[in-house]
Design a protein around this ligand. Structure first.
Ligand code: HAM
Length: 444
């Protein structure tokens, strides 16, 4: 019998784990630059939370949730997205009463959707997201888009495509839904079963349909922009002018309605080109929403929100294809080499001291030949080998070998911290690509 990961889930290890951690670190650092603070909510929530907020007409809630009864017969769901849990938490703890508005939070964590697994589409995936709630301003909407774009730019992405659209205000959407209902009424008999449901629940969802023939029919459907109230139109163009002034290019996509029910006003998605021509789908998506706080029992005064979620798997795959992860794999600093059993205890003590100074270090705990230790050191990616035998120990020294340049020098154990700092400073200053005359000479 063999044991394998559940379909649509995957293990993350080695270089991939380093890549995921790097992406999340960059994301968090940028979110903090914009005044966001971390929040963690449970993976498991009561099912009615998502039905009420994420939206009963969305495919995510209708078809893709991992929902089950717990042992107490309560219906619980593995979160299919991050926003609902965050808003639930803000309302439950009345965070609007104890924090200045807007309240800005970021999160990363696993998300579950029972979708058909394919390229860039998993059943468990990692989302990094932000929510900014409690104050309504096109500047906040624009700022959230800037944050998303800034994250991708810090990760090294070029050729980003930002797609935007507006879903207007409640009045706009009411008129638009009526127009779609009328348009599709005469066409729906030939459309897929899902679209038949969507027409009843929320005809805007038809615009999301992935069935090719239905997508053709959608092309001639009425456009949201023709139903915008003057206020909604003004707000959309104000938000666009702010991001435009920030030098961010965008493309208006009339059919971008997003797959979740809570959006209004601006919505957006970030796409990028992979050097290998692969299409992983949107790297991030989000937008403005109104009414979530009051829907979940909080005061309507704080109802406005904006946020986005980024799919870490997709971002990682795209970065890998585009060669943006070459320097992020975790590199070990030191591989300590004890020559013989007699120096093992002292070496182990030294190993812990090196870690306390702040350098990552490992050593073999079985006596091994020098050649085999060097092979392992090179495979570990360590920058230096620190070699110690009886003779060195007696003199209070060790041999420090730069594993890239093969230069070796004697260092004193009493002043090891300073000697290591100096050696690492030199690597920083004269990295692998350094073309100063000294490094050139060493390479030759
Ligand atoms: P979403 O567009 O459903 O939005 O998901 C956000 C991102 O998660 C997508 O752009 C994509 O990168 C990634 N993603 C979605 N589904 C999958 C999947 N099956 N496999 C891998 N990655 C996937 C939301 O979830 C909203 N909560 C975003 C938001 C926050 N809006 C406002 N605030």
């Amino acid at each position: 019998m063999s044991y394998i990961a559940v379909k649509g889930t995957h293990d993350i290890y080695g270089d991939e784990a380093d890549g995921y951690s790097y992406i999340q670190t960059v994301f968090k650092a940028i979110a903090e630059l914009y005044g966001y603070r971390g929040i963690e909510t449970p993976v498991l929530e009561y099912t009615n939370l998502f039905e009420r907020s994420t939206g009963e007409s969305s495919d995510v809630v209708r078809k893709e949730m991992y929902t089950f009864l717990d042992k107490g017969e309560r219906s619980v769901t593995l979160r299919p997205e991050g926003t609902a849990g965050v808003i639930r938490s803000i309302v439950e703890h009345k965070l609007y009463a104890t924090s200045d508005m807007p309240l800005k939070v970021y999160y990363t964590g696993p998300v579950f959707r029972y979708e058909r697994p394919q390229l860039g589409r998993y059943r468990q995936f990692l989302q990094a997201g932000v929510e900014c709630v409690g104050e309504d301003s096109p500047y906040l909407d624009a700022e959230c888009i800037c944050l998303a774009m800034q994250t991708f730019s810090m990760l090294g992405f070029k050729n980003l495509k930002l797609k935007v659209n507006t879903l207007g205000d409640a009045d706009t959407r009411k008129k638009y839904r009526a127009a779609l209902q009328e348009f599709f009424a005469t066409r729906i008999d030939d459309m897929c079963e899902d679209c038949k449901q969507r027409l009843k629940l929320n005809p805007m969802r038809i615009l999301d349909c992935k069935v090719k023939e239905d997508q053709e029919r959608v092309k001639d459907a009425p456009k949201m922009k023709d139903y915008l109230s003057p206020e909604a139109e003004e707000r959309f163009y104000k938000t666009l002018s702010i991001i435009n002034d920030m030098g961010i290019e965008y493309e208006i996509d009339d059919n971008l309605v997003r797959g979740l029910d809570y959006y209004g006003h601006i919505v957006f998605e970030v796409h990028a080109l992979s050097d290998t021509g692969k299409d992983y789908g949107a790297l991030a998506g989000g937008g403005h929403y109104d009414g979530m706080i009051s829907t979940l029992g909080g005061p309507a005064d704080y109802d406005a929100g904006v946020g986005f979620g980024m799919g870490v798997e997709r971002v990682y795959s795209m970065m890998k294809d585009n060669g943006l992860l070459n320097d992020v794999a975790h590199k070990l600093d030191i591989y300590l080499m004890p020559i013989g059993e007699s120096v093992m205890d002292e070496c182990y003590e030294l190993l812990e001291n090196i870690r306390l100074i702040g350098y990552s270090a490992i050593m073999p705990f079985k006596v091994a030949k020098l050649g085999s230790m060097f092979k392992k050191a090179e495979r570990s990616g360590a920058k230096f080998a620190l070699i110690i035998g009886d003779e060195e120990l007696e003199k209070g020294v060790a041999q420090l070998k730069n594993l890239a340049t093969k230069e070796q020098k004697e260092v004193h154990l009493a002043t090891l911290d300073e000697e290591l700092d100096a050696a690492f400073d030199e690597i920083e200053e004269h990295g692998d690509d350094c073309d100063c005359p000294h490094c050139q000479e060493k390479k030759n």
